[in-house]
Design a protein around this ligand. Structure first.
Ligand code: ISL
Length: 550
């Protein structure tokens, strides 16, 4: 297996809008990130992934880009960006950007041209179709609900939008579009950025027949009909050949619909496509038949099995990404562990999991202090377009969103988008003005300043366990083998190579469990209870990592 910086590095994801506001307009900004670079460096992370900062009308918080070569006014200027990049490089870290090219904003100059007339030179930059029987071209449902087609009266055709109406899908069949994407990517590489996270990259190749939905189950339609289209690998190989392969950079493709079966096609070392993908097997495992807003309880067995199956799939020829949350999902501690009385131990346990699996670990901002989900009483406090669309759909059925807030508490995207809690002062130290989304009221107990003072805080545990991964390369490259994989409460595994062996034991429950891994010669190295001993009587949410001696 080849060794590289992006396999050994730890990534920290920044959602700029909610990170740190220096202007008082209630929106985080680039100078705010610059101000916190020493803090980020102090975590021990190597790579920053910055969510979109390009010009955007913010229908989907920057995932609707109006100009790929400029910075959003609310976030600052290109000079600010250049200072950010230099500040990151000065500290020995790298920066990866978000590339959102499955779609643009409808306010992008390309789309403004495209909609003017059927013979406009930019018409084929997007996907236009005539209607069928007075309705849209097919019955496709979008990621945020409703039809994926929007009628344009001027030219009497429909355009495709897999996300909001303000996010028209680009037409990758058009070689000019692919060339534009290459130019965008090259532009940022020439500036010195170190890679890209590629938004919904699995969706760029459409199936030309545009047949009706093959299944009422959204996840099935995504995998078999929306994603993994016939030319996806050709497009990625072309991008790789023309641009990616010319630079020492990393790529991680975001991949709804990328299941185990497709994984290696995208990331196999012999494929020349992407370095890693984010698959969603664990992130969408608890979707009920009603989709995202019909969540089921987390199935712990399935949770473990997902990691095991993917490790097995990628171990010889690929590489994985290890993440438990991002800006599209609830807070990891609330979702996969507990934000009740055991929150402190549970957050540390998840940090241990992230840093001891094989694959590049991604830490989402705020998880390093154990930030939790938000429960707004008033539906009006929610800002996420996906949640708001769902409220609208409920209202159309005569229902009151107020009666359905539990689903949003469980699974809504705003859970992860409340401002970072820096202090116990005004607005949690995020902004002097009124934050664009309300701060989680628990900031008086959960904040960076407080955890800096406490050697045993979640924050300081993250630092320790990140350093631990870096000091033990076996945790990066070594083999992974689950121990007693069917245990109802314990997730345990060995990581080993020819020289070293480690045992990780994690108690995912509120109960004390007497675990017997039938392995001897254990020396305790990392643990989340200060008074931990070498035995395996695992207290609630206890995590221990041992060296295994022969
Ligand atoms: O959260 C989801 C919807 O339930 C996911 O399906 C998500 O929309 C999907 O993973 C794509 O996410 C990415 O592209 C979206 C953007 O809204 C997300 O923030 C982004 O991460 C459209 O650009």
């Amino acid at each position: 297996m080849t060794k590289t910086w992006w396999k050994e590095g730890v990534v920290y994801q920044i959602y700029p809008r909610s990170f740190n506001d220096t202007t008082g307009n209630g929106v985080g900004d680039i100078p705010g990130i610059i101000e916190k670079l020493d803090y980020i460096k102090s975590l021990g992370v190597d790579i920053i992934w910055l969510c979109p900062v390009y010009k955007s009308p913010n229908d989907d918080n920057g995932y609707d880009i109006a100009d790929y070569g400029n910075i959003m006014d609310e976030f600052g200027t290109m000079e600010d960006f250049d200072r950010l990049l230099a500040g990151i490089h000065d500290r020995g870290m790298k920066l990866i950007m978000d590339l959102v090219v499955n779609h643009s904003s409808d306010e992008h100059a390309w789309f403004e041209e495209s909609k003017k007339s059927k013979d406009n030179p930019y018409r084929d930059y997007y996907i236009w179709k005539t209607g069928v029987n007075g309705g849209p071209p097919n019955d496709w449902q979008g990621f945020f609900g409703g039809s994926t087609w929007e009628y344009d009266e001027n030219t009497e055709e429909y355009y495709l939008h897999m996300f909001t109406v303000k996010q028209p899908d680009l037409n990758w069949e058009n070689p000019k579009v692919r060339k534009e994407v290459q130019d965008i990517v090259r532009y940022w590489f020439e500036k010195g950025v170190d890679g890209f996270r590629m938004d919904v990259i699995s969706l760029i190749s459409k199936r030309p027949e545009y047949a009706n939905m093959i299944s009422p189950l959204f996840s099935e339609a995504v995998e078999k009909q929306y994603a993994n289209g016939p030319r996806i690998h050709e497009f990625l190989q072309e991008l790789n050949k023309e641009v990616l392969s010319q630079y020492d950079i990393m790529t991680v493709g975001e991949g709804p619909g990328i299941t185990l079966e497709h994984g290696l096609d995208y990331v196999g070392e012999d494929r020349n496509e992407l370095n890693m993908v984010f698959h969603f097997d664990h992130m969408f495992m608890n979707m009920g038949d009603g989709g995202r807003f019909d969540p089921l309880p987390i199935d712990f067995q399935e949770f473990k099995d997902v990691f095991t199956r993917w490790d097995e799939k990628l171990k010889d020829k690929g590489w994985g990404s290890i993440f438990l949350g991002n800006h599209d999902f609830p807070r990891m501690v609330s979702r996969f562990a507990t934000d009740g009385p055991h929150r402190d131990k549970a957050a540390k346990l998840l940090a241990t999991l992230l840093m001891t699996l094989r694959g590049t670990p991604y830490v989402y901002q705020g998880d390093e202090i154990g930030m939790t989900n938000i429960h707004f009483d008033d539906p009006k406090d929610y800002k996420d377009v996906e949640t708001l669309n769902w409220f609208r759909a409920l209202e159309a059925e005569g229902k009151d969103p107020k009666d359905h807030l539990q689903a949003v508490y469980d699974i809504g995207r705003d859970n992860a988008r409340t401002p970072i809690q820096w202090t116990d002062g005004k607005n949690a130290g995020f902004s002097d003005g009124e934050p664009w989304i309300k701060v989680n009221p628990n900031y008086s107990n959960i904040n960076v300043e407080d955890q800096e003072r406490n050697v045993n805080s979640i924050l300081n545990y993250f630092r320790k366990v990140i350093q631990f991964r870096k000091d033990h390369k076996t945790l990066v490259y070594g083999d992974y083998e689950p121990i007693q994989p069917n245990h109802p409460h314990i997730y345990a595994y060995r990581r080993f190579d020819e020289e070293n062996e480690y045992l990780v034991v994690l108690n995912f429950s509120d109960e004390t469990v007497d675990f017997d891994p039938i392995i001897t010669g254990l020396e305790l190295l990392i643990y989340n209870y200060t008074d931990a001993t070498e035995d395996l009587l695992m207290r609630p949410w206890e995590a221990k990592v041992f060296r295994v001696h022969d």
